[in-house]
Design a protein around this ligand. Structure first.
Ligand code: UDP
Ligand code: MG
Length: 326
């Protein structure tokens, strides 16, 4: 039987590129000797994305679409895509053509050679601001240092996963998923292919600083406890410094008459320490917030509509969603 590939594409306000992306993906997929489905996930877009994707799915039986009831975020959108995928392998790709669809055949070859995960590693990034490139570089390296899980650097979510991998991924069911980290955590036979990341084909980034920060905090907090330990490390260092300073102060008090001049050092120490304590409290808060999210156990997303699925699949999806919610 011919194997089937599901291509998952998250969409948030992508009306400017959608048609172009669809054509390029279709071109690539038609040439492969495999069956395929294009699974678009509309993440609560506020522009015409949903109407466009709806029209495409009515005209092309390879296209399926699920639409969220609001914007749930990129990581949740790709998680939903893997929930609804039915292929022997799933490929996750951004809608803006920064991840070239022409890399898909190479991914598929590696998969056919027996690899379970084929991830695309960026050797170069084009058309992004200096800040974006620098912050991404710093983030991947910090995460790499902080965690024991081998999360490859400079690697986004553009990847192929075998069915056995994405079936396991679904079971993890995390509330603030950092998908690329979870896939690394799962293990299996993984391999990288290198590529140069293009500039966005049209439209603007849908990842403002706020979303970038959320993604990096999710990445670090779900894969490392090191920030929590910072308080104890810093505590040890600061008590050492404090002890030495105490000796100096005692010496001054006993043998000199300059103790009143200590006012400015008091203020400095006070500011430094209280700032530090607030930072640590905030860090602990991040972890507690995440524990709270897991305990509430709300479903990760709400689907408002689907297009292009067979009836039986939608019914079983509804059952599946209910099971997830319970
Ligand atoms: N995206 C999404 N929900 C969001 C933000 C982004 O589904 O809340 C999608 C977006 O449509 C694109 C992908 O995630 O397909 C990556 O976003 P973008 O290209 O804007 O991020 P960047 O490449 O600038 O980091
Ligand atoms: Mg992009």
């Amino acid at each position: 039987m011919t194997k089937k590939i599901s291509v998952v594409v998250p969409l948030y306000n992508e009306e400017a590129v959608l048609e172009h992306t669809y054509q390029r993906l279709k071109n690539v997929m038609e040439k492969l000797p495999l069956d395929y489905e294009l699974l678009f996930v509309n993440d609560g877009s506020k522009d015409k994305t949903l109407e466009l994707v709806q029209a495409i799915s009515f005209a092309d039986p390879h296209v399926k679409c699920i639409g969220f009831s609001r914007n749930f975020g990129h990581q949740v959108a790709i998680t939903a895509g893997t929930d609804y995928a039915s292929g022997d392998a799933v490929i996750i790709i951004d809608a803006d053509l920064q991840d070239p669809p022409e890399l898909i055949p190479e991914m598929v070859h590696k998969w056919q050679d027996g690899f379970d995960v084929v991830y695309a590693q960026r050797s170069k990034r084009d058309g992004e601001t200096f800040f974006k490139k620098w912050s991404a570089k710093m983030f991947y390296r910090t995460l790499h240092k902080l965690t024991d899980v081998e999360i490859p650097v400079d690697t986004g979510d553009f990847r192929l996963m075998d069915q056995k991998v994405y079936t396991e991924l679904k079971k993890l069911n995390e509330k603030n998923p950092f998908v690329r980290g979870l896939v690394s955590w799962l293990g299996f036979k993984q391999v990288a292919i290198e590529y140069e990341r293009d500039a966005r084909a049209a439209g603007e980034t849908k990842y403002p600083l706020k979303k970038m920060l959320k993604l990096s905090i999710d990445g670090i907090t779900s894969f490392s406890h090191q920030p929590l330990k910072l308080a104890s490390y810093a505590g040890v260092v600061l008590s050492g410094v404090g002890f030495i300073y105490m000796l100096i102060v005692l010496f001054q008090a006993l043998f000199t008459s300059t103790t009143v001049s200590g006012w400015s050092s008091m203020i400095v120490i006070q500011l430094l320490f209280s700032g530090f304590v607030l930072v640590i409290l905030g860090m602990i808060g991040e972890y507690i917030g995440r524990i709270y999210d897991e305990v509430k156990d709300r479903p990760l997303y709400v689907v408002a509509e689907h297009y292009g699925f067979e009836k039986s699949r939608v019914t079983s999806d509804a059952v599946f969603m209910n099971q997830k919610a319970n």
